[in-house]
Write a protein that binds this ligand. Structure first.
Ligand SMILES: C[S@@+](CC[C@H](N)C(=O)[O-])C[C@H]1O[C@@H](n2cnc3c(N)ncnc32)[C@H](O)[C@@H]1O
Length: 405
């Protein structure tokens, strides 16, 4: 029976996520009044409580946005949706909770990556987050809440936190800054120093003197909206991935094929080819070529969740049902000094990541697992393996090469 590892360094991605109560408070108590104040067309509405009737008005862009974000556009560009206030209010009421939950899940499932970031911040005195394609700062809010949870016993942050948001849309950056101030105003009993810089620009056009070094760099759902030209990667991405520091660089993308495979290609062609010393926190447990960066299948995950947020639940129902899974693809590049020791470019690893749910085959139920340069198969055990689990290598079946070098 394959052993599913649940230790600190190799946590299954198929385990449920637990959400800090502060996250629920942000979603239910801070965001609705903020949306009403910021996006009401009439002054007389602004200071009234957010009620059921507001659902309809402030979610007018929800269905359209949902299609933008979930349908594979096969590389076609999206319109600049955040110029429209109805899309921004919908984002705060629904997508913020959804995307934020993905970041929180990853922070929880990679505690060693966060520890590496915390060590770096303690040494330098500042936890600097560069949030690329930040939108309203979703990934930063999730991190902030994760860190507040980590230090809640003392209510003292042992370092400053500096958030650096980059987005092409100035309005969503402004909205996010107001929400951040609203949120921090609810945390008056904390001792800490949290600051924010926002830059309105295309993320890959770095101005002269831009410093890509950070405690953690996060690209949240932005690559699939960005062009794939070489200059974007060479000039824009390379400075971040060449020599990551602290907790490294985390990319999160939608679960659809083109977005996921783009990450696999960046991993192979940019990160591992350019940087011979690169280490990865995840999802990969090897640093050979990604077997899913092209072709029919792709690498993505589904985390079982009970998502918090009473308004979020209402919006989910409006969109077709309560959400029980978080679906996404991701890549977390570690820094040289603090990556996963046992998985440093050896490919002699004893562990494999399960990359499919159980599938019916003529030989019975099987799961696909990711091995260096190939996808292998394993018989599904009685307690089924899920996408994102980690198993010992000896349980994987014979090699089934899917692509040549
Ligand atoms: C789906 S939203 C994600 C926002 C946030 N990171 C999250 O995960 O919730 C994508 C963000 O990328 C921004 N974006 C798209 N193209 C961009 C570009 N060329 N440069 C900077 N930001 C860009 C959009 O304005 C939007 O805020």
């Amino acid at each position: 029976m394959p052993f599913i590892q649940k230790s600190n360094s190799l946590i299954s991605l198929a385990t449920p996520t637990s959400f800090p109560s502060l996250w629920t408070e942000l979603l239910d108590k801070t965001i609705p009044p903020f949306v009403k104040r910021r996006f009401s067309p009439k002054d007389s509405w602004k200071d009234k409580p957010f009620v059921k009737d507001d659902l309809l008005f402030f979610s007018r862009g929800l269905t359209e946005l949902s299609e933008f974000f979930t349908v594979d556009r096969e590389g076609a560009r999206l319109p600049a949706y955040f110029t429209n206030a109805r899309f921004r209010s919908s984002y705060f009421l629904y997508f913020f909770a959804l995307q934020g939950a993905k970041f929180l899940s990853l922070y929880e499932k990679f505690p060693l990556a966060i520890d590496a970031a915390i060590d770096h911040a303690k040494k330098t005195g500042v936890f600097k987050v560069i949030d690329v394609g930040s939108g309203p700062g979703t990934a930063s809010f999730a991190l902030l809440i994760y860190l507040l949870e980590r230090f809640k016993k003392t209510k003292v942050l042992p370092f400053k936190i500096h958030l650096h948001w980059i987005d092409r849309n100035g309005s969503i950056l402004e909205d996010g800054e107001i929400l951040l101030n609203d949120f921090l105003a609810t945390q008056g009993d904390w001792k800490g120093d949290i600051s924010l810089t926002s830059e309105t620009r295309d993320w890959w056009k770095h101005p002269k003197g831009f410093n890509p070094a950070a405690t953690l760099v996060i690209f949240g759902n932005v690559l699939n909206e960005s062009p794939s030209e070489r200059t974007v990667y060479q000039q824009g991405l390379l400075p971040f991935v060449k020599k990551p520091t602290g907790g490294g660089v985390l990319f999160v993308e939608p679960a659809f094929r083109t977005a996921s495979q783009k990450l696999g290609q960046i991993r192979d062609e940019l990160v591992l080819e350019v940087n011979q010393k690169a280490k990865l926190w995840g999802p990969c447990l090897h640093t050979s070529k990604c077997p899913l960066a092209e072709g029919r299948d792709w690498c993505h995950f589904s985390v079982p969740v009970k998502l918090p947020g009473k308004w979020f639940k209402q919006f989910s129902i409006k969109l077709g049902g309560v959400r029980e899974w978080l679906k996404f693809s991701f890549l977390w590049i570690a820094s040289h000094e603090s990556g996963p020791e046992d998985r440093a470019r050896t490919d002699q690893d004893d562990w494999l990541r399960v990359v499919s749910d159980p599938m019916k085959t003529p030989q019975g139920k099987k799961n696909q697992v990711c091995a260096p340069e190939r996808v292998a198969w394993v018989d599904t055990p009685p307690k089924p393996l899920l996408r994102g689990d980690v198993i010992q290598k000896e349980y994987a079946g014979p090699a089934k090469p899917t692509r040549k070098r």
